[in-house]
Design a protein around this ligand. Structure first.
Ligand code: ADP
Ligand code: CIR
Length: 355
C-alpha cells in the first residue's frame, strides 16, 4: 500500500491538473480510468505514479509532464507511458519495436546552407544511461560522485580531435559556468521541470562537462540523463557534425556499457528521448517565415520538426534565432532521425526563399 500522503498528493494533483487548461500530454492521457488503475502501483525500486508525474502536476505548462524515475517504470506504468510515447513519437505503438541502431552512411549528409545565409550553427546530440545505475531521482550522492569519476576517467582515453578535459560543476566559477551556458555548450541550471521530477538532488555534485579543445565534441554528465554526447559547430555542415558524433559514440561505447531495452531502444529519463535519443538541430534565422510564429510552428510540424527558443527548450527566440530539430526519436534509425531534420530544414529554407 502506498503511504496516505503520497496518495493524497496524487489525488489532489490529478484533480488540479484535470480542471486546468494544461496542454500537456500527461493531462491528455492520465484519464480518470488510467489514474485509478495506476495510483496504487510501485516498481521494485519503490517508485510510484507520483514520482512519474509530479513534474507535470507542478508545472501545468509542461509539454509532456512525465519522467521515468527508474527503467521499470516504463513497464509498470505502461498505460500512461505508452500513449504518450505513441503521441510524441508519431505512432510508435505498444506493439512496435524500436529498430536496431543504424548510423547509416555517415558520408551521405552535407551542408544545409552552403550560402551561409540562414543556418548559424548545427548540433546533434544523443543520450545514454550507464548500466547498473538508476535514473536521477534514485541516485545517491555517492553514486553521483562515482559516476562522475567513471565518466571523467573514461573520457581521458579519447584521442585525436576528440581529446579533451572534464570540468566538474563543483568548483567551477559562476563566470565560467555562465559563459559556457551563454555560448550554448553547457546545460542550464535550475530547470523547474527537472527539479519537480526530483532530478536535481545533490546538485552540483556529480554534474560536469567534458569538451575537446574546439568545443565541437562535448559530453554532459548527470544533467537530465547520465550522459549526453554532443557534436556541434558553427555553420550548416551537418555532414561533419554527424560524422564526428558517430565516431565519438562508437568510441565511447567501447569504453562504457550503456542501457538498452529490446523494445524501447536506448533508455532515458524522459520518454521523449527514448529510442535513438537523437536530437539534430540547427540554430536558424528565417525572418519571413518566423514573422508569424504560429505559421513557423505549423510548417515545421508538417516536416515533423520541433521549434525551440535560442537557449533551448522552454526559452524564447532571441534576435530571431530559432532552434529547429527533429521531434521524434523512436521507431526510426539514427540516420533517419537526422535525415528528417536535414530534409525538413532544406524545405523550410526553400519556403523562406520563396516568401
Ligand atoms: P537538449 O540537450 O535536449 O538538446 P536544450 O533544448 O536544453 O536541449 O538545449 C541545450 C543547449 O544546446 C542550449 O544552450 C541550446 O541553445 C543549445 N543548442 C541546441 N541546438 C543548437 C544549435 N544547433 N546550435 C547551437 N546551440 C544549440
Ligand atoms: C515538459 O514536459 O515540458 C518537460 N518535462 C520537458 C519534456 C521534454 N524535454 C526533455 O526531456 N528535455
Amino acid at each position: 500500500m502506498l503511504y496516505t500522503s503520497s496518495l493524497s498528493k496524487l489525488e489532489s494533483g490529478w484533480c488540479s491538473l484535470a480542471s486546468s487548461d494544461s496542454k500537456s500530454l500527461i493531462k491528455k492521457y492520465l484519464t480518470k480510468g488510467v489514474f485509478g488503475e495506476l495510483k496504487g502501483k510501485k516498481t521494485s525500486f519503490g517508485s510510484t505514479l507520483l514520482d512519474c508525474v509530479q513534474s507535470g502536476f507542478e508545472n501545468h505548462d509542461s509539454g509532456v509532464g512525465i519522467y521515468a524515475p527508474d527503467a521499470e517504470a516504463y513497464t509498470v506504468f505502461a498505460p500512461i507511458f505508452d500513449p504518450i510515447i505513441e503521441d510524441y513519437h508519431k505512432g510508435f505503438k505498444p506493439t512496435d519495436k524500436h529498430p536496431a541502431k543504424d548510423w547509416g552512411d555517415v558520408n551521405a549528409l552535407g551542408d544545409l546552407d552552403a550560402e551561409k545565409k540562414y543556418v548559424i550553427s548545427t548540433r546533434v546530440r544523443c543520450a545514454r544511461s550507464l548500466v547498473g545505475y538508476p535514473f536521477n531521482p534514485l541516485l545517491t550522492e555517492a553514486q553521483y560522485k562515482e559516476m562522475e569519476e567513471k565518466v571523467s576517467t573514461t573520457l581521458k582515453g579519447l584521442a585525436g580531435d576528440l581529446q579533451g578535459e572534464f570540468y566538474r560543476l563543483t568548483g567551477m566559477s559562476k563566470t565560467v559556468q555562465q559563459k559556457l551556458i551563454d555560448d550554448h555548450f553547457l546545460f542550464k541550471e535550475g530547470d523547474r521541470f527537472l527539479q519537480a521530477a526530483n532530478a536535481s538532488r545533490f546538485w552540483p555534485t556529480g554534474r560536469g562537462i567534458f569538451h575537446n579543445r574546439d568545443k565541437t565534441f562535448l559530453v554532459w554528465c548527470n544533467e537530465e540523463d547520465h550522459l549526453r554526447l554532443i557534436s556541434m559547430q558553427m555553420g550548416g555542415n551537418l555532414g561533419e557534425v554527424y560524422k564526428r558524433l558517430v565516431t565519438a559514440v562508437n568510441d565511447v561505447e567501447q569504453r562504457l556499457p550503456f542501457a538498452h531495452h529490446d523494445r524501447l531502444g536506448f533508455l532515458t529519463f524522459c520518454p521523449t528521448n527514448l529510442g535513438t535519443t537523437i536530437r539534430a538541430s540547427v540554430h536558424i534565422k528565417l525572418p519571413k517565415l518566423a514573422a508569424d510564429k504560429a505559421k513557423l510552428e505549423q510548417v515545421a510540424a508538417k516536416y515533423s520538426l520541433q521549434v525551440r527558443g535560442t537557449r533551448g527548450e522552454h526559452t524564447d527566440a532571441e534576435g530571431g534565432v530559432y532552434d529547429i530539430s527533429n521531434k521524434r526519436r523512436m521507431g526510426l534509425t539514427e540516420y533517419q532521425a537526422v535525415k528528417e531534420m536535414n530534409d525538413g530544414i532544406t524545405e523550410l529554407i526553400k519556403i523562406e526563399k520563396q516568401l
